[in-house]
Every structure is written in structure tokens, then in C-alpha cells.
Design a protein around this ligand. Structure first.
Ligand code: SAM
Length: 228
């Protein structure tokens, strides 16, 4: 279930200074992403990051690493672990709904050298991860960003994984709450099947970020009772 907001920065009550920081970081990251992630997605992610200050972040779906680098630069105390599915050399064995044509040297390649010591790249299928081992070795995580397999079953499985590796009080964000046609199953999942009440960006652009944590859930309930 999603409740949409034009500016998550206002919903999360960010100071003017933080809003300026979020906007500058979003502009920079969106330019680097070259259309894969909208600057309003980065504004929303920056609002969440600045508001909740996650120290351990897990990204499901790395691609070139622009978003990993964005979190690492915005939060100098944070560490990011990110997983990307790597295509087998013989494409006929490629995973279902895998959306990356990148080879190993390109995956995560846009994480800047100064942020590399705080970045861990995992290669593989997130649906095959053992959440207990991941949580023990790298977690628990204060923020999980779900942006890997964009099929309905894929995003549902990654949401379960996110919940299993999340620290108490942690946040889950999903990309593609209002996506391009190829990723509509993600929107359907978030709007119709997700049992967590999440706040999301408005759907007047292509992309969209949804986010949930216990504080967001509390604020949404407060908003609803103020309106009733
Ligand atoms: C849309 S891109 C991610 C973009 C990235 N989060 C960013 O903001 O820059 C999707 C990524 O998810 C990866 N992916 C797809 N299915 C996956 C799976 N089952 N396990 C791990 N990674 C997966 C793809 O290989 C690709 O790198």
C-alpha cells in the first residue's frame, strides 16, 4: 500500500539545509545515472538517508554503482554492500528478468576510488542469498534498497530478503513505484500486494521511490488521523 507525496523532504520534515544538500546530491547523481534513475528518485533517497542516517546499507541490484556511490558520498560514515546478477558468458543461461548487460568489470565501476574502501560488491542472484549468513557477515542493515529483479515474484522475494536482513528500526526503499512499462509489475506489487504502509513519490515522472520504516508508518497513521 502506497501513500504518495510530491516531496518526501517535506513529509520527513527535513531542515532547509538538508533539503539543499539532498537537492545538490540528487542533481549530481541523476547526471551520472544518465536516465536510469530520475533526480526526483535521488531527492527521495537523499531525504530518507539524511533523515534516518543509515550506517549499513544493502543495495539489491548494483548496475554501474551510481546509487551505491551516491549513498557513500552523502553519508561519509556509511558502508554499502551491493549485489548484482552477473550474466553467464552463454546468454541462453541468463537469469529470468535479469536487466543487466554488464560484464564483471563494469558492474559497480562508478563507485569512486575514495569510496571504494566502504563498498563491498557481491556477484550473484539475490534470490539465492542465505539471509542468515548475509546478516551475520555484513549486516544487519539500516537501509535496504530494492532495485534488482523487476518481476513480481522477483520484487516480492527481494522484499522478504530485505525484511530478513533489516536491523530493528531499519528502512526499506524500493525503486520503480511508477516505472517504465517494462517494470510495471513492481508498481503493481507495491500498490496492491505490499502489506507494509509505505510513503512514495508522486507518479508524475518515470521511476519512483517508495520507502517504509516504523517511523514512516507512524507518520502515515498520524497524517491519516489528521485528515479524518
Ligand atoms: C535497474 S539496475 C540497478 C540500478 C542501480 N540500483 C542504480 O540505481 O544505479 C538492476 C540491476 O539489478 C541486477 N539484478 C537483476 N536481477 C537480479 C537478481 N536476481 N539478483 C541480483 N541482481 C539482480 C541487474 O544485474 C542490474 O545490475
Amino acid at each position: 500500500m502506497l501513500t504518495r507525496f510530491t516531496h518526501l523532504t517535506f513529509f520527513l520534515d527535513l531542515s532547509e539545509e538538508m533539503i539543499a544538500l539532498a537537492e545538490a546530491a540528487a542533481k549530481r547523481a541523476a547526471e551520472r545515472a544518465e536516465g536510469m534513475t530520475h533526480h526526483r528518485d535521488y531527492e527521495a533517497l537523499a531525504a530518507v538517508a539524511l533523515c534516518f542516517q543509515p550506517r549499513r546499507i544493502f543495495e539489491i541490484g548494483t548496475y554501474r554503482g551510481v546509487t551505491s556511490d551516491f549513498f557513500l558520498s552523502l553519508l561519509p560514515e556509511s558502508r554499502v554492500v551491493s549485489i548484482a546478477y552477473e550474466n553467464p558468458r552463454l546468454r541462453i543461461f541468463g537469469g529470468h528478468s535479469n536487466n543487466s548487460e554488464l560484464g564483471r568489470t563494469e558492474i559497480g565501476s562508478m563507485v569512486s576510488p575514495e569510496n571504494r574502501p566502504r563498498f563491498t560488491q557481491l556477484y550473484g542472484n539475490s534470490h539465492k542469498l542465505d539471509s542468515k549468513s548475509l546478516r551475520r557477515e555484513c549486516g544487519p542493515f539500516d537501509l535496504v534498497f530494492v532495485d534488482g529483479d523487476h518481476s513480481r515474484t522477483g520484487v516480492a522475494a527481494d522484499t522478504v530478503l530485505a525484511q530478513e536482513v533489516l536491523a530493528s528500526g531499519g528502512t526499506i526503499c524500493w525503486h520503480d513505484a511508477n516505472p517504465k512499462p517494462a517494470y510495471l509489475e513492481v508498481r503493481h506489487f507495491l500498490e496492491k500486494e505490499l502489506s507494509l504502509p509505505a510513503a512514495a513519490t508522486a507518479d508524475d515522472f518515470v521511476g519512483g521511490v517508495a520507502c517504509w520504516n516504523s517511523e514512516i508508518e507512524r507518520r502515515l497513521a498520524q497524517n491519516r488521523s489528521a485528515v479524518a
